[in-house]
Design a protein around this ligand. Structure first.
Ligand code: FAD
Ligand code: SF4
Length: 401
């Protein structure tokens, strides 16, 4: 449990300079907290130094996950879940632009004075540039994923200096864990948190390697996503779509590109956001919405007229595919492209869909990450892996070493 009872003490601290080794060392996800004087709280707040999801869930949502309820175990505390898409998608958004639309509505209706989101640098479309957006145009300029580690919390000092009292923060799990831990110190009257799921993130250099290893035209990629059809979809500048089957990825080359933080993360579903918008629990073309609490419901209600919704579905059985993926990843097996395409087609026809696809993805990543922590940071295993993740991993047979 955090006890961050010393207001203003942090003002005496000083953020670290870019490039310095952060307190979490190689596990640092560059969330941005340590770039600010809130580094004062890093020992309690850092998701990689002090995993405290259950305690922070209780503070944010009024309760932590019920470990006897499998939906809670997998998807976190929630009061509603659905599939949704914008009636008029935002051109160039990652999916249909529900995240940007909620943020714009919150600003336009005066619920918040600013929105923490991530634009890109002028020189590089994938280089993250965290900002506090104060106009709809600035929010729209942050649409689409910057699929790299992003120091969103580096703007925390600006929040205090701006004297804003009502704020929306958009972010991924590690950023939101640290944010929740220092929430009481920010001097806000109301903080809204809009999260996305996140997995397998990379440094900017790692992203370049991934694009060069996987896409036929790395320099023209404007967007990519690991889709529910077991293919990566790359969209290029000229609007063309390139698809590559997951099973044909050059696993040997790519095994080392994922950031160590992401190989030891168990907060795929962004447990501490009020509202989560992703895609993996939805069928193809739809987004997946998880409403965690009443604040999240209030945020979603703002866009009720702008989205179509339908209930979530679940179909298929992931277990065998997950069990087989464990040694395959370990041995870095790469299938020849024709076999990869065939396997993709077969799995797409008979494989997991809807929530079962989300469980497939969570299981494969948690088993891999559990092994990573066990092998590389055995002293952290017990405290760092949350109980819900242990329960998920226990369903599978893992190699002993
Ligand atoms: P848009 O309206 O396009 O808005 C995107 C928002 O994301 C912007 O507000 C921007 O500020 C924010 N953003 C962009 N890059 C980052 C970043 N690096 N860190 C923090 N915030 C950022 N969903 C899944 O269901 N499964 C996944 O495995 C998954 N992996 C993801 C990995 C990453 C690195 C990110 C950033 C997102 C991931 N998502 C995942 C979420 C999904 O890809 C979409 O972002 C989400 O569905 C919202 O789509 P949208 O069209 O509504 O967003
Ligand atoms: Fe600091 Fe964030 Fe890195 Fe942890 S993950 S060491 S809080 S910058």
């Amino acid at each position: 449990m955090t006890s961050l009872q010393e207001p203003a003490k942090h003002l005496k601290a000083q953020g670290m300079k870019p490039g310095g080794r952060r307190p979490a060392k190689e596990l640092c996800s560059e969330c941005g907290l340590c770039d600010t004087y809130y580094i004062h709280y890093v020992k309690e707040a850092c998701a990689f130094l002090n995993q405290q999801i259950a305690e922070l869930e209780a503070e944010a949502h009024g309760r932590s996950r019920n470990l006897d309820n499998w939906d809670d175990v997998y998807f976190g505390v929630h009061q509603d879940m659905m599939q949704a898409k914008k009636k008029q998608p935002i051109e160039g958004a990652q999916w249909t632009g529900i995240v940007s639309t909620i943020a714009i509505e919150m600003l336009n209706r005066g619920l918040v004075e600013g929105v923490v989101c991530v634009q890109n640098s002028k020189e590089d479309r994938f280089q993250p540039q965290p900002v506090i957006a104060r106009t709809p145009e600035e929010i729209l300029a942050a649409k689409v994923n910057k699929p790299t580690l992003s120091p969103n919390l580096s703007i925390l000092e600006q929040i205090e200096q701006s004297k804003m009292k009502r704020l929306l923060v958009i972010g991924v799990g590690c950023q939101i864990q640290a944010l929740r831990a220092v929430e009481k110190e920010l001097g806000l009257e109301k903080l809204y948190v809009l999260g996305t799921p996140c997995v397998d993130n990379v440094t900017r250099a790692g992203l370049q390697k991934f694009l060069e290893t996987t896409s036929k035209s790395p320099d023209t990629v404007v967007y990519y996503e690991f889709m529910q059809d077991f293919r990566i979809h790359f969209k290029h500048e000229d609007g063309s779509l390139e698809t590559v089957p997951f099973f044909g990825l050059n696993t040997k080359e790519l095994k080392n590109i994922f950031a160590p933080s992401c190989l030891s993360c168990f907060d795929y579903v962004n447990s501490l956001a009020d509202l989560v918008v992703g895609y993996m629990g939805a069928t193809f073309g739809w987004q997946w919405i998880v409403v965690r609490n009443q604040t999240g419901q209030e945020m979603l209600d703002l866009v009720g007229d702008l989205i179509d919704t339908q209930p979530v579905i679940t179909q298929g059985n992931r277990k065998q595919a997950v069990q087989q993926s464990i040694p395959a990843y370990d041995k870095a097996v790469t299938l020849p492209m024709w076999a990869a395409k065939l396997m993709g087609v077969v799995i797409d026809k008979i494989g997991p869909r809807g929530l079962e696809y989300a469980r497939f993805s969570i299981d494969s990543h948690f088993t891999r990450n559990y092994l990573y922590v066990k092998r590389n940071h055995p002293e952290k295993l017990e405290a760092h892996v949350p109980d819900f993740a242990k329960k998920i991993v226990e369903q599978y047979h893992l190699p002993n070493s």
